[in-house]
Design a protein around this ligand. Sequence first.
Ligand SMILES: Cc1cc2nc3c(=O)[nH]c(=O)nc-3n(C[C@H](O)[C@H](O)[C@H](O)COP(=O)(O)OP(=O)(O)OC[C@H]3O[C@@H](n4cnc5c(N)ncnc54)[C@H](O)[C@@H]3O)c2cc1C
Length: 551
Amino acid sequence: MPEREKLDADVLIVGAGPAGLACALHLARLIRRHNESGAKPELSAENIYVLEKARELGAHELSGAVMDPRGIAELVPDFAQAPPFDTPVIDDAVFFLKPERAYKLPITPPPLRNHGNYVISINKLVKWLGGLVEQAGVNVFTEFAGAQLIYEGDGIAGVITGDKGVDRSGKPKANFTPGYELRAKVTVLAEGPRGSLTKELVARKKLDGLNPQVYSIGVKELWEVPAGQVVPGFVAHTLGWPLDSSMYGGGWIYGLRENRVSLGLVTGLEYHNPRFDPREAFQEFKTHPLVRPILEGGHIIGYGAKTVPVGGWYSMPRTFVDGGLIVGDSASFLNSQRLKGIHLAIKTGMLAAETILEALRAGDASARTLAAFPRKVEQSWVAKELRGVRNFHQGFQHGLWRGLAHAAIQYVTGGRGLIDPMRMPAGYTEYHKLDGAGPAPPRMRGDGVLTFDRLTDIFYSGTRHTEDQPGHLLVADTNICVGRCVTEFGNPCQYFCPAAVYEMIEEKGVRRLKINASNCVHCKTCDVADPYQIITWVPPEGGGGPTYEGM
Ligand SMILES: Cc1cc2nc3c(=O)[nH]c(=O)nc-3n(C[C@H](O)[C@H](O)[C@H](O)COP(=O)(O)OP(=O)(O)OC[C@H]3O[C@@H](n4cnc5c(N)ncnc54)[C@H](O)[C@@H]3O)c2cc1C
C-alpha cells in the first residue's frame, strides 16, 4: 500500500460553497494587508487550502436563488458589474394555491419582498467567486472530499481526504491513490447542509444547539421556455397546494435571462405521511394552472434536489472547537422565513476569516481564541437578522395556519412570539405509523413533457459516479428495513429520496433493500429523514455526484 502523503497548511476549508469561498477570499486579502503592514509573522494565501468534492466548482451547488446582496457587497463592493448579477428582481408576488386556482395576496408580506435582490444561478456565483479565490493565491482542490476529521486533543487538526481507486469490496484497484493527510492550524467546516464531517464533530463533541437541526428538501427544475412567458427578475412564491395544511413549505418561480425559469418546491422534512413523495409533489406543482402556462412549449434543462437547514438560531451548534470553526449552512446560518442563506454564508465565512487572521497572528488557534467567531456573529447583522426569526420554523409544527399566526405575532414582537425559545423535535420523529393503511398508490410516471418520472429527472441532474467503489450510503442494520420499517412506515426511503436510490425489491421470494448509489444527487435527505436514523451519508469518491450547470 502506498504511503498516505502528508501536507501542512495554515488553514483548511472543507467545502467550496459561498461560505467556504468567502472565507478563503477575505482571508487571502486580510493576509495581504497584514504582510503589507510589515506585521509578523509573515503569512501566505498559498497556505490556505480549499477542498471541494465536486468535479468542478459549483457542480454540487443547488439553490433557488434570490440573493440578498448584503454579504457580497461587503466582500466584493463592485459585485453588481459581475456576470452572476445580471438579473435584478423587478417584480414579486405571493400566491395561495388551491388545486385549480391561485389567489394572489393583495400585498407581498415584508419578508418576501425582494426589491434590491438578484435572481441568480448559484452555480455561476460559485464559479465566479472561485475564480477570485484562485487569483488571490489560494489553493483550491476540486474532486477531493474531506472523508475523516483528524482529532487532536480536544479539537481537530485537519482532515484525511477520501481514497481514490478502491473497488466495491474495499480493495485497491490499479489506479489506487490513497487520500492525503491534510493538517492545518485551523480547519473550517463549510460543507453546507448536513455536512458529513460536521455531523460527526457535533455529535462527538456534543456541540448541539438548543433544538435539533430540522431540514426541508428543495426539489428544483430549470426550464427554457418560449420568449415572453416569463420576465427576467420576476419572483413568485406559493403556499398551499400541493402541500396540505399540516405541512411546511411552498413553491417558487423565478424568471432568469435567456428565457430560463427556475422553479421548485420546498417541503419540511417533518411531514406525517411516510409515503409522501416530495419529488412527485413538485411534479404535480407544475400542472397547476398558475405554473403550467409558464412552462408551455418549453423544455427542462436541469433537475436537482438538496436539503435546507431551517432550524435557525436555536438549532445552531457551537461553532468553534480547538483548531476548528463551522460556517454557513453547516452551522445553521439560514433565514428560513426568507428562504435565504447565501448572504449569511458569505458573511459568516468573512467573520471566520477575521477570526482566523487573529489566531494566526497570535499563533494560537485554541477554542479560546476561535471563540471570537460567535462574538463577531453576535455583533453583526447576521445575529440581528436570525434572532428576528428565531422561532419562525418552530411555529409551523402544528400546521400552516397556526404557523402563519405565529409568524405574524413574531413579526411584531421582534422574533419572540408567544413562547421563546420555542422547542421542536427532529423531523424524523414526526412520521405517523401506517397502521394497516392499504397498499401504496402507484408511482407517478409523468407525461414526459411537463412531468417526469424519477429516472428522467436524474438524467437532467447530470449525476455520475464511478460504479465500482464502496457504497457511500451506509445502512447500519438492513434487518430493520425488511422487518420493522416495512410494517411501521412502509420504507419511506423509497419516497423521500428524490433520486430513486432506495428500492425495496424481492428476489427469489426474499425481500431486500437495493441501493442505487450511483443515482445519488448528494441532497442528504436520507441521512436526515430516515425514521430509525440508520442511514449515514458519507462522501463517495471525489468528483462523483451531480453536475448542476446553471442551476
Ligand atoms: C432548494 C433551495 C433553494 C434555496 N433558495 C435560496 C434563495 O433563493 N436564496 C438564498 O439566499 N438561499 C437559498 N438557499 C440556501 C442557500 O443555497 C444556502 O444557504 C447556501 O448555498 C449555503 O452556502 P454554504 O457555502 O454554507 O453551503 P453550500 O452552498 O451547500 O456549499 C457547500 C459545498 O461543500 C461541498 N462539500 C460538502 N461536504 C464536503 C466534504 N466533506 N468534502 C469536500 N466538499 C464538501 C459541497 O459539495 C458544496 O459545494 C436555497 C437552498 C436550497 C437547497
